[in-house]
Ligand binder design. Sequence first.
Ligand SMILES: Cc1cc2nc3c(=O)[nH]c(=O)nc-3n(C[C@H](O)[C@H](O)[C@H](O)COP(=O)(O)OP(=O)(O)OC[C@H]3O[C@@H](n4cnc5c(N)ncnc54)[C@H](O)[C@@H]3O)c2cc1C
Length: 394
Amino acid sequence: MTVREDLFGVSDLYGVSEGLTEAELAPLERLQKVLDEVAKPVINEHWEAGTFPTEIVDPIQGLRLIDPEEFRGDGQPHGLYHGLRKFVLARTDASLATWHTAQAGLFRTAVRIGSSPEQWAEWEPKIDQYQELGVFALTEPDHGSDIAGGLSTSATRDGDTWTINGAKRWIGGASSADRLCIFARDTADGQVKAFLVPRTAEGVTLEKIERKTALRIMQNAHITLENVQVAESDRLQECNSFKDVSNMLRVSRSDVAWIATGLQAGAYEAALKYVSEREQFGRPLAKFQLVSEKLALAFSNVTASLQMVANLTKRQDQGIFRDEESSMAKLFICDRMRETVALCREVCGGNGITLDTDVARFHADAEAVYSYEGTHEVNALIVARHATGVGAFV
Ligand SMILES: Cc1cc2nc3c(=O)[nH]c(=O)nc-3n(C[C@H](O)[C@H](O)[C@H](O)COP(=O)(O)OP(=O)(O)OC[C@H]3O[C@@H](n4cnc5c(N)ncnc54)[C@H](O)[C@@H]3O)c2cc1C
């Protein structure tokens, strides 16, 4: 079996992965090996315990997946590689994909878009080599979907120091981050600005969000900020309003569309294995027409999702970034994902609700992916605003 077949053979019917160069395929192959050898054997135990598999951190970060040496200097965009990296991670586990994307996607995108050229020159190597781990802290306890107008964490400037007060909720990976990218409203001009706050700064308190029923491996934090002092030099100089934050979200919604596609592939492949092995009425489940129709639908969903998100990425590589395009991908692919995991869980019968088949983990985790980075409704409203020309948010 070739590397490409091993990585994408079962789920990539239309050959999206054929767009990868050999140089791009090589790090993904190394990633798959680490996932198979280090993550897969322990993933369900960690899910059940609600703990993060720290044993995976060094092996994955050691692969330097964000900007591998071989891509440097050719001046070409590598959107498909970055997307399929999320696909490969999510095909094994959505929490691992979310954890890695917090650094390689959300945090990196925020700093890249929000930085001055001097700040980016300083931060890019630190982020790409995992010397500084960061997270994206936008959502608040009282403001999720209405964060644009509602964001209430405040930032007040006095000379070259800012004082931040407020709270953030759901922040993925915060407990192991060096920096929290905190979005706060400037009390002077009312605009939203971004600050790279050290996690250990005085006045920062983190509490783990417990009792989650999805993405249990991912550690999400409730963050309280009480008179936290931040230097002006740690403010992202090019983030001066919520418009700049929207530019960041446009990119990160496509990241989530890739994760939702990989998650579906993981569920589909696990279900395929189960129905080929499990026998009822003296034959494998795969031989029943009603079962095979469900698999055909799941397979079609994965294929359609891959096509859509790869096309979106191709356009972004060409410099085309539009809210409605990434929102449509997040909206549509997450709907397909929900259908896919339900079909896959169904064909596994009772065993589909135990962690032993893997499908149950994908089924549960899909609910978090469905809601983060803009809910179904918020993304539908963005797409509909483009279609009708009028906003229907309130
Ligand atoms: C596992 C997980 C990880 C996350 N990680 C991060 C992170 O790292 N950083 C970060 O900043 N945030 C993060 N989030 C937060 C996430 O982005 C929010 O949960 C999401 O934006 C929705 O906000 P909410 O949960 O407050 O829901 P709400 O805004 O309270 O919405 C509840 C329901 O009402 C609907 N609704 C709201 N307004 C409207 C409207 N105008 N019309 C129709 N329906 C509406 C919503 O669509 C939803 O169905 C994470 C969330 C989860 C669950």
